[in-house]
Design a protein around this ligand. Structure first.
Ligand code: FHN
Length: 419
Protein backbone atom coordinates (compact mmCIF):
# COMPACT_ATOMS: atom_id res chain seq x y z
CA UNK A 1 0.00 0.00 0.00
CA UNK A 2 1.41 3.45 -0.87
CA UNK A 3 1.79 6.20 1.72
CA UNK A 4 -1.45 7.87 0.70
CA UNK A 5 -3.33 4.59 0.88
CA UNK A 6 -1.95 3.85 4.33
CA UNK A 7 -2.97 7.24 5.59
CA UNK A 8 -6.42 6.83 4.20
CA UNK A 9 -6.77 3.41 5.74
CA UNK A 10 -5.46 4.70 9.04
CA UNK A 11 -8.00 7.49 8.96
CA UNK A 12 -10.80 5.07 8.29
CA UNK A 13 -9.74 2.90 11.20
CA UNK A 14 -9.69 5.83 13.55
CA UNK A 15 -13.07 6.87 12.30
CA UNK A 16 -14.47 3.36 12.81
CA UNK A 17 -13.11 3.27 16.36
CA UNK A 18 -14.65 6.67 17.08
CA UNK A 19 -17.93 5.57 15.65
CA UNK A 20 -17.99 2.38 17.69
CA UNK A 21 -17.33 4.33 20.84
CA UNK A 22 -19.98 6.85 19.99
CA UNK A 23 -22.65 4.30 19.16
CA UNK A 24 -21.76 1.96 22.02
CA UNK A 25 -24.57 3.00 24.39
CA UNK A 26 -27.01 2.49 21.58
CA UNK A 27 -25.79 -0.86 20.22
CA UNK A 28 -25.71 -2.16 23.79
CA UNK A 29 -29.31 -1.08 24.30
CA UNK A 30 -30.60 -3.33 21.50
CA UNK A 31 -34.28 -2.53 22.05
CA UNK A 32 -36.05 0.83 21.87
CA UNK A 33 -39.55 2.30 21.85
CA UNK A 34 -40.70 4.28 18.83
CA UNK A 35 -43.63 6.65 19.43
CA UNK A 36 -45.66 8.19 16.61
CA UNK A 37 -47.86 10.79 18.25
CA UNK A 38 -49.38 13.94 16.84
CA UNK A 39 -52.57 15.64 15.67
CA UNK A 40 -53.22 12.73 13.31
CA UNK A 41 -54.24 10.67 16.35
CA UNK A 42 -57.57 12.55 16.35
CA UNK A 43 -58.94 11.28 13.01
CA UNK A 44 -57.34 7.92 13.95
CA UNK A 45 -56.41 6.94 10.40
CA UNK A 46 -52.64 6.98 10.65
CA UNK A 47 -50.03 9.71 10.33
CA UNK A 48 -50.44 10.23 6.57
CA UNK A 49 -54.05 11.41 7.07
CA UNK A 50 -53.47 14.99 5.91
CA UNK A 51 -51.75 13.86 2.71
CA UNK A 52 -54.19 11.05 1.98
CA UNK A 53 -57.18 13.40 2.34
CA UNK A 54 -55.40 16.34 0.70
CA UNK A 55 -56.62 18.33 3.66
CA UNK A 56 -55.92 22.07 3.31
CA UNK A 57 -53.61 23.54 5.91
CA UNK A 58 -56.35 25.76 7.39
CA UNK A 59 -58.55 22.66 7.88
CA UNK A 60 -55.77 20.56 9.36
CA UNK A 61 -54.94 23.36 11.78
CA UNK A 62 -58.38 22.92 13.33
CA UNK A 63 -57.18 19.60 14.73
CA UNK A 64 -54.64 21.51 16.80
CA UNK A 65 -57.45 23.50 18.42
CA UNK A 66 -59.03 20.21 19.52
CA UNK A 67 -55.84 18.52 20.64
CA UNK A 68 -55.97 18.28 24.42
CA UNK A 69 -54.38 15.01 25.53
CA UNK A 70 -55.03 15.44 29.22
CA UNK A 71 -54.44 11.73 29.94
CA UNK A 72 -50.81 12.05 28.82
CA UNK A 73 -48.50 10.85 31.56
CA UNK A 74 -44.83 10.82 30.59
CA UNK A 75 -43.91 8.66 33.57
CA UNK A 76 -46.42 5.99 32.57
CA UNK A 77 -44.97 5.80 29.03
CA UNK A 78 -41.44 5.59 30.32
CA UNK A 79 -42.43 2.95 32.85
CA UNK A 80 -44.00 0.90 30.08
CA UNK A 81 -40.86 1.16 27.97
CA UNK A 82 -38.85 -0.07 30.93
CA UNK A 83 -41.26 -2.89 31.59
CA UNK A 84 -40.85 -3.99 27.98
CA UNK A 85 -37.08 -3.97 28.38
CA UNK A 86 -36.60 -1.00 26.06
CA UNK A 87 -33.65 1.23 26.78
CA UNK A 88 -34.29 4.27 24.62
CA UNK A 89 -37.32 6.17 23.33
CA UNK A 90 -37.63 7.86 19.95
CA UNK A 91 -40.66 10.15 19.73
CA UNK A 92 -42.01 12.17 16.82
CA UNK A 93 -41.11 15.73 17.75
CA UNK A 94 -42.41 16.69 14.31
CA UNK A 95 -43.82 14.33 11.72
CA UNK A 96 -44.66 15.04 8.06
CA UNK A 97 -47.72 17.14 9.02
CA UNK A 98 -45.34 19.82 10.29
CA UNK A 99 -46.89 20.07 13.77
CA UNK A 100 -44.27 20.48 16.48
CA UNK A 101 -45.07 18.48 19.59
CA UNK A 102 -42.85 20.87 21.55
CA UNK A 103 -42.68 24.56 22.29
CA UNK A 104 -41.23 26.27 19.26
CA UNK A 105 -40.41 29.90 18.70
CA UNK A 106 -39.51 29.03 15.12
CA UNK A 107 -43.06 28.14 14.08
CA UNK A 108 -46.36 28.85 15.87
CA UNK A 109 -47.79 25.56 14.58
CA UNK A 110 -46.78 23.81 17.78
CA UNK A 111 -48.45 22.22 20.76
CA UNK A 112 -47.94 25.16 23.13
CA UNK A 113 -49.12 27.89 20.79
CA UNK A 114 -51.74 26.16 18.64
CA UNK A 115 -53.49 23.76 21.03
CA UNK A 116 -55.35 24.23 24.30
CA UNK A 117 -53.13 21.65 26.03
CA UNK A 118 -50.67 24.16 27.51
CA UNK A 119 -48.01 21.56 28.29
CA UNK A 120 -44.86 20.56 26.45
CA UNK A 121 -44.88 16.74 26.30
CA UNK A 122 -41.23 16.62 25.18
CA UNK A 123 -40.21 18.48 28.35
CA UNK A 124 -42.19 16.06 30.49
CA UNK A 125 -40.73 13.08 28.67
CA UNK A 126 -37.22 14.45 28.99
CA UNK A 127 -37.69 14.67 32.76
CA UNK A 128 -39.29 11.24 33.07
CA UNK A 129 -36.55 9.63 30.95
CA UNK A 130 -33.83 11.32 32.92
CA UNK A 131 -35.33 10.03 36.16
CA UNK A 132 -35.73 6.49 34.84
CA UNK A 133 -32.35 6.22 33.11
CA UNK A 134 -33.84 5.87 29.63
CA UNK A 135 -32.29 7.75 26.72
CA UNK A 136 -34.61 10.20 25.01
CA UNK A 137 -34.32 10.63 21.23
CA UNK A 138 -36.30 12.70 18.75
CA UNK A 139 -37.79 11.80 15.38
CA UNK A 140 -37.80 14.87 13.13
CA UNK A 141 -39.22 14.95 9.60
CA UNK A 142 -36.66 17.24 8.01
CA UNK A 143 -37.68 17.18 4.36
CA UNK A 144 -41.39 16.45 4.27
CA UNK A 145 -43.55 19.11 5.91
CA UNK A 146 -47.05 19.49 4.48
CA UNK A 147 -47.75 22.56 6.57
CA UNK A 148 -44.83 24.69 5.47
CA UNK A 149 -45.13 26.48 2.10
CA UNK A 150 -41.45 25.96 1.21
CA UNK A 151 -40.67 22.38 2.21
CA UNK A 152 -39.77 20.36 -0.84
CA UNK A 153 -39.56 16.59 -1.14
CA UNK A 154 -38.90 14.49 -4.21
CA UNK A 155 -42.47 13.09 -4.22
CA UNK A 156 -44.65 13.81 -1.23
CA UNK A 157 -45.51 17.49 -1.19
CA UNK A 158 -48.57 19.46 -0.28
CA UNK A 159 -49.52 20.44 -3.83
CA UNK A 160 -53.12 21.33 -2.96
CA UNK A 161 -52.16 24.45 -0.97
CA UNK A 162 -48.82 25.35 -2.53
CA UNK A 163 -47.30 25.50 -6.00
CA UNK A 164 -44.09 23.54 -6.46
CA UNK A 165 -42.55 26.20 -8.67
CA UNK A 166 -42.99 28.84 -5.95
CA UNK A 167 -41.09 26.90 -3.33
CA UNK A 168 -37.91 28.35 -1.88
CA UNK A 169 -36.48 25.44 0.07
CA UNK A 170 -33.89 27.54 1.91
CA UNK A 171 -36.72 29.45 3.62
CA UNK A 172 -37.96 26.23 5.12
CA UNK A 173 -34.49 24.91 5.88
CA UNK A 174 -33.11 28.04 7.53
CA UNK A 175 -36.42 29.31 8.87
CA UNK A 176 -37.92 26.15 10.38
CA UNK A 177 -35.75 23.02 10.26
CA UNK A 178 -32.52 24.39 11.68
CA UNK A 179 -34.11 26.63 14.32
CA UNK A 180 -36.33 23.76 15.49
CA UNK A 181 -33.39 21.37 15.64
CA UNK A 182 -31.60 23.96 17.71
CA UNK A 183 -34.58 24.09 20.06
CA UNK A 184 -34.67 20.31 20.36
CA UNK A 185 -30.96 20.08 21.01
CA UNK A 186 -30.71 22.93 23.48
CA UNK A 187 -33.93 22.85 25.52
CA UNK A 188 -34.33 19.18 26.42
CA UNK A 189 -30.99 18.09 27.82
CA UNK A 190 -28.81 15.44 26.28
CA UNK A 191 -30.51 13.79 23.31
CA UNK A 192 -29.40 10.27 22.40
CA UNK A 193 -30.12 10.48 18.70
CA UNK A 194 -32.03 12.30 16.03
CA UNK A 195 -34.13 10.06 13.86
CA UNK A 196 -34.53 11.66 10.46
CA UNK A 197 -36.88 10.29 7.87
CA UNK A 198 -37.49 10.24 4.13
CA UNK A 199 -34.74 12.49 2.76
CA UNK A 200 -35.80 12.18 -0.90
CA UNK A 201 -34.50 15.13 -2.90
CA UNK A 202 -32.25 16.58 -0.21
CA UNK A 203 -29.02 17.80 -1.83
CA UNK A 204 -25.62 16.56 -0.74
CA UNK A 205 -24.78 20.05 0.43
CA UNK A 206 -27.87 20.31 2.64
CA UNK A 207 -27.26 16.77 3.93
CA UNK A 208 -23.77 17.73 5.05
CA UNK A 209 -25.07 21.00 6.41
CA UNK A 210 -27.56 19.33 8.70
CA UNK A 211 -25.06 16.76 9.95
CA UNK A 212 -22.57 19.52 10.75
CA UNK A 213 -25.28 21.57 12.38
CA UNK A 214 -26.38 18.76 14.69
CA UNK A 215 -22.75 17.98 15.54
CA UNK A 216 -22.12 21.61 16.44
CA UNK A 217 -25.04 21.58 18.87
CA UNK A 218 -24.61 18.14 20.45
CA UNK A 219 -21.50 16.34 19.19
CA UNK A 220 -22.46 13.06 20.85
CA UNK A 221 -25.98 12.93 19.43
CA UNK A 222 -26.29 10.10 16.89
CA UNK A 223 -28.08 10.41 13.56
CA UNK A 224 -29.65 7.64 11.54
CA UNK A 225 -28.86 7.05 7.88
CA UNK A 226 -32.18 8.48 6.75
CA UNK A 227 -30.73 11.92 7.32
CA UNK A 228 -29.69 11.69 3.68
CA UNK A 229 -30.06 9.37 0.73
CA UNK A 230 -26.35 9.79 -0.01
CA UNK A 231 -24.39 6.68 0.91
CA UNK A 232 -22.69 6.34 4.24
CA UNK A 233 -24.25 9.31 6.01
CA UNK A 234 -25.43 9.12 9.59
CA UNK A 235 -23.95 7.09 12.42
CA UNK A 236 -25.95 3.94 11.81
CA UNK A 237 -28.21 2.34 9.25
CA UNK A 238 -31.99 2.57 9.51
CA UNK A 239 -33.33 -0.47 7.69
CA UNK A 240 -36.56 -0.16 5.75
CA UNK A 241 -39.77 -0.18 7.75
CA UNK A 242 -40.29 -3.65 9.25
CA UNK A 243 -37.28 -4.94 7.34
CA UNK A 244 -34.86 -7.25 9.16
CA UNK A 245 -32.47 -8.22 6.38
CA UNK A 246 -29.60 -10.65 6.35
CA UNK A 247 -26.74 -11.17 8.75
CA UNK A 248 -23.60 -9.19 7.99
CA UNK A 249 -25.36 -7.14 5.31
CA UNK A 250 -24.39 -3.82 6.87
CA UNK A 251 -20.92 -2.78 7.88
CA UNK A 252 -22.32 -0.17 10.20
CA UNK A 253 -24.55 -0.71 13.26
CA UNK A 254 -28.18 -0.97 12.20
CA UNK A 255 -31.76 -0.83 13.44
CA UNK A 256 -35.12 -2.11 12.26
CA UNK A 257 -38.10 0.17 12.89
CA UNK A 258 -41.16 -2.01 13.40
CA UNK A 259 -44.89 -1.59 13.87
CA UNK A 260 -47.00 -3.54 16.36
CA UNK A 261 -49.91 -3.62 13.95
CA UNK A 262 -49.57 -2.24 10.41
CA UNK A 263 -49.61 1.46 11.24
CA UNK A 264 -47.35 3.96 12.96
CA UNK A 265 -49.82 6.60 14.10
CA UNK A 266 -52.91 5.71 16.13
CA UNK A 267 -55.67 4.20 14.07
CA UNK A 268 -58.92 2.47 14.82
CA UNK A 269 -58.99 0.86 11.37
CA UNK A 270 -56.03 -1.46 11.62
CA UNK A 271 -56.51 -4.36 13.99
CA UNK A 272 -53.89 -6.76 12.66
CA UNK A 273 -51.64 -7.10 15.69
CA UNK A 274 -48.41 -9.02 16.02
CA UNK A 275 -48.58 -11.37 18.98
CA UNK A 276 -46.13 -11.06 21.86
CA UNK A 277 -44.62 -14.36 20.79
CA UNK A 278 -43.98 -13.19 17.25
CA UNK A 279 -42.50 -9.95 18.60
CA UNK A 280 -40.04 -11.94 20.71
CA UNK A 281 -39.04 -13.92 17.64
CA UNK A 282 -38.51 -10.73 15.68
CA UNK A 283 -36.41 -9.35 18.50
CA UNK A 284 -34.36 -12.56 18.55
CA UNK A 285 -33.96 -12.40 14.79
CA UNK A 286 -32.74 -8.80 14.92
CA UNK A 287 -30.35 -9.08 17.86
CA UNK A 288 -29.08 -12.42 16.54
CA UNK A 289 -28.00 -10.55 13.42
CA UNK A 290 -26.38 -7.85 15.53
CA UNK A 291 -29.05 -5.15 15.09
CA UNK A 292 -31.39 -3.06 17.22
CA UNK A 293 -35.18 -3.24 17.23
CA UNK A 294 -37.21 -0.03 17.48
CA UNK A 295 -40.77 -1.08 18.19
CA UNK A 296 -43.54 1.43 17.64
CA UNK A 297 -46.62 2.49 19.58
CA UNK A 298 -49.22 5.02 18.42
CA UNK A 299 -50.79 6.82 21.40
CA UNK A 300 -54.40 8.01 21.36
CA UNK A 301 -55.54 11.65 21.03
CA UNK A 302 -56.10 11.59 24.80
CA UNK A 303 -52.44 10.74 25.30
CA UNK A 304 -52.55 7.08 26.21
CA UNK A 305 -50.72 4.11 24.75
CA UNK A 306 -53.54 1.78 23.67
CA UNK A 307 -53.98 -1.10 26.08
CA UNK A 308 -53.64 -3.70 23.30
CA UNK A 309 -50.15 -2.37 22.60
CA UNK A 310 -49.23 -1.97 26.25
CA UNK A 311 -50.29 -5.52 27.01
CA UNK A 312 -48.06 -6.92 24.26
CA UNK A 313 -45.11 -4.87 25.38
CA UNK A 314 -45.50 -6.11 28.95
CA UNK A 315 -45.57 -9.70 27.73
CA UNK A 316 -42.42 -9.12 25.69
CA UNK A 317 -40.96 -7.52 28.81
CA UNK A 318 -41.44 -10.66 30.86
CA UNK A 319 -39.18 -12.42 28.39
CA UNK A 320 -36.60 -9.64 28.05
CA UNK A 321 -36.25 -9.32 31.81
CA UNK A 322 -35.78 -13.03 32.35
CA UNK A 323 -33.22 -13.17 29.56
CA UNK A 324 -31.56 -9.78 29.91
CA UNK A 325 -28.07 -11.24 30.03
CA UNK A 326 -28.48 -12.64 26.53
CA UNK A 327 -29.78 -9.39 25.02
CA UNK A 328 -28.10 -6.20 26.22
CA UNK A 329 -24.48 -5.66 25.34
CA UNK A 330 -24.27 -8.86 23.31
CA UNK A 331 -22.97 -9.38 19.80
CA UNK A 332 -24.77 -11.16 17.01
CA UNK A 333 -24.35 -14.74 15.88
CA UNK A 334 -20.96 -15.91 14.62
CA UNK A 335 -22.83 -17.91 11.95
CA UNK A 336 -23.87 -15.86 8.94
CA UNK A 337 -26.75 -18.20 8.01
CA UNK A 338 -30.44 -18.08 8.99
CA UNK A 339 -31.18 -20.59 11.76
CA UNK A 340 -34.40 -22.52 11.49
CA UNK A 341 -34.84 -22.83 15.22
CA UNK A 342 -34.16 -19.25 16.37
CA UNK A 343 -31.13 -17.04 16.82
CA UNK A 344 -27.80 -16.71 18.59
CA UNK A 345 -26.19 -13.90 20.54
CA UNK A 346 -22.75 -13.94 22.09
CA UNK A 347 -20.40 -12.36 24.57
CA UNK A 348 -16.88 -13.53 25.36
CA UNK A 349 -17.02 -17.10 26.61
CA UNK A 350 -20.78 -17.38 26.20
CA UNK A 351 -23.08 -18.35 23.43
CA UNK A 352 -26.79 -17.72 23.91
CA UNK A 353 -29.06 -19.94 21.89
CA UNK A 354 -32.56 -18.51 21.57
CA UNK A 355 -34.51 -21.56 20.63
CA UNK A 356 -38.12 -21.38 19.69
CA UNK A 357 -40.11 -23.86 21.69
CA UNK A 358 -41.80 -25.47 18.68
CA UNK A 359 -38.53 -25.85 16.87
CA UNK A 360 -36.80 -28.24 19.27
CA UNK A 361 -36.09 -31.43 17.34
CA UNK A 362 -37.30 -34.39 19.38
CA UNK A 363 -33.91 -35.98 19.73
CA UNK A 364 -32.11 -32.76 20.54
CA UNK A 365 -30.71 -29.78 18.73
CA UNK A 366 -27.57 -30.17 16.64
CA UNK A 367 -25.27 -27.28 15.92
CA UNK A 368 -22.29 -27.69 13.64
CA UNK A 369 -19.09 -25.70 13.68
CA UNK A 370 -18.48 -24.98 17.37
CA UNK A 371 -14.88 -26.00 18.06
CA UNK A 372 -14.61 -24.63 21.59
CA UNK A 373 -14.97 -27.10 24.39
CA UNK A 374 -18.39 -26.47 25.87
CA UNK A 375 -18.41 -26.66 29.65
CA UNK A 376 -22.12 -26.63 30.37
CA UNK A 377 -25.49 -25.50 29.10
CA UNK A 378 -28.55 -24.39 30.99
CA UNK A 379 -31.73 -22.49 30.43
CA UNK A 380 -31.19 -18.86 31.36
CA UNK A 381 -34.71 -18.45 32.68
CA UNK A 382 -34.33 -21.46 34.97
CA UNK A 383 -33.46 -20.20 38.47
CA UNK A 384 -31.99 -23.59 39.47
CA UNK A 385 -29.63 -23.48 36.45
CA UNK A 386 -30.11 -27.19 35.96
CA UNK A 387 -27.63 -28.40 33.38
CA UNK A 388 -28.93 -29.66 30.05
CA UNK A 389 -27.52 -32.82 28.59
CA UNK A 390 -25.01 -32.06 25.89
CA UNK A 391 -22.56 -33.93 23.74
CA UNK A 392 -19.75 -32.74 21.51
CA UNK A 393 -18.44 -34.90 18.70
CA UNK A 394 -15.93 -34.53 15.91
CA UNK A 395 -16.18 -36.32 12.57
CA UNK A 396 -12.67 -36.50 11.18
CA UNK A 397 -13.79 -37.52 7.70
CA UNK A 398 -16.06 -34.52 7.36
CA UNK A 399 -13.93 -32.33 9.61
CA UNK A 400 -17.14 -31.45 11.38
CA UNK A 401 -17.65 -30.45 15.00
CA UNK A 402 -21.15 -31.10 16.27
CA UNK A 403 -22.81 -30.05 19.48
CA UNK A 404 -25.98 -31.88 20.49
CA UNK A 405 -28.21 -30.40 23.12
CA UNK A 406 -31.20 -31.98 24.83
CA UNK A 407 -34.38 -30.02 25.32
CA UNK A 408 -34.99 -28.69 28.86
CA UNK A 409 -37.82 -30.41 30.72
CA UNK A 410 -40.15 -27.40 30.77
CA UNK A 411 -39.33 -25.00 27.99
CA UNK A 412 -41.18 -21.71 27.72
CA UNK A 413 -42.28 -20.29 24.35
CA UNK A 414 -39.09 -18.60 23.14
CA UNK A 415 -36.27 -18.99 25.58
CA UNK A 416 -32.59 -19.02 26.01
CA UNK A 417 -29.91 -21.47 26.93
CA UNK A 418 -26.43 -20.50 27.93
CA UNK A 419 -23.29 -22.27 27.00
O1 FHN B 1 -43.53 8.09 6.09
C1 FHN B 1 -42.96 7.65 7.27
C2 FHN B 1 -43.95 6.90 8.12
O2 FHN B 1 -45.03 7.72 8.42
C3 FHN B 1 -43.26 6.47 9.40
O3 FHN B 1 -42.85 7.59 10.16
C4 FHN B 1 -42.07 5.62 9.07
C5 FHN B 1 -41.29 5.11 10.26
O4 FHN B 1 -40.12 4.50 9.87
N1 FHN B 1 -41.15 6.33 8.22
C6 FHN B 1 -41.70 6.87 6.99
C7 FHN B 1 -41.70 5.92 5.92
O5 FHN B 1 -40.52 5.20 5.80
Amino acid sequence: MDEQGKQKDGLNLVKMADRDQKTEWWTKSRFGMFIHWGLYAIPAQGEWFMYAQKLPVHEYEKLAQQFNPTAFNAKAWVTLAKEAGMRYIVITAKHHDGFAMFQSKADPFNIMDASPFGRDPMKELAEACQEAGITLCFYYSHVIDWHHPHSLHKEHNNTWDYKLEEKRFSEYWEGKVKPQLRELLTEYGKIGLLWFDTAGGLSEEDSKDIVQYVRSLQPECLMNSRVSHFMGMGDYVSKGDNEIGMSGEDRRPWETPMTLNQSWGYTTRDQVWKTAESLIHKLVNVIGKGGNLLLNVGPTPEGEIPELSAQRLREVGEWTHRNAESIYGTDGSPFPCELQWGGITTRPGRLYLHIHNNKWPENGLRIHGIRNHVLCAYSLADPSKEELRLEQTYDEGLNLHTLSLQMPPQPTDAYVSVI
